[in-house]
Design a protein around this ligand. Sequence first.
Ligand code: SAM
Length: 247
Amino acid sequence: MSWNATVLTLFPGMFPGPLGTSLAGRAMDRGLWSLEARDIREAATDRHRTVDDTPFGGGAGMVLRPDVVDAAIAAAVPEGDQRPLVFLTPRGVPLRQSLVRQLAAGPGVVALCGRYEGVDQRVVEARGMIEVSIGDYVLSGGELGAMVLLDACVRLIPGVMGAAESAEEESFSSNLLEYPHYTRPAEWRGLRVPEVLLSGHHAEVARWRRERSEAVTRERRPDLLTHSPNQDQGRAGAPLYPADSPA
Ligand code: SAM
């Protein structure tokens, strides 16, 4: 059974974009996951195919209408579909590897991409969407956010990464940033690779890597050391999937 992604967007032509190349693209070709980009505008009912309107309470910009977004979801997502609905928004919970792992372990995801000022909050809540942000900056639309989310999930789908690309030791795998990497030549511009990595002593190498991971995490991201996966829920209630294991 493959992992299925549906993206609701005003710009379906942006997909698959980078998701059609490299690891994700090869996995798609092998049928390990699928991607469908649906045009929200197809759910508009008036002559001008209007999808947005001015915000109640005043202010700049336009807001995507709840009736149009709801109709777009109804048209794209079959009744009883178990996939979580994710709304990409700077107001959302930060996207973290623990949430990525939960999403990758499920049947797939339906991603809603906002544009303009965003989406009417009533449809976000009525549809039980998980509100997710990819970082503390404002993009012009949710499409790049959806691509980030999907790329992060797809590489964790069983069979997508080979042994050579294992996710076991990479950054965030145990709330730590990864240790630094080195390859040949052992000396470059007078800079030697740390001797322990040339020693062939596996236990020493593992200890050195662990220490470097802890040091860089303390220095750059001390918040990770106290992070709980429970902070990753974008809506009230239980984890996405009952069988979730903590990060
Ligand atoms: N008015 C919104 C705010 O201040 O939070 C920003 C709207 S932004 C111009 C338009 C759309 O881009 C958003 O609805 C969202 O879908 C997407 N977007 C922008 N920044 C994002 C981020 N950091 N993470 C996820 N989606 C983002």
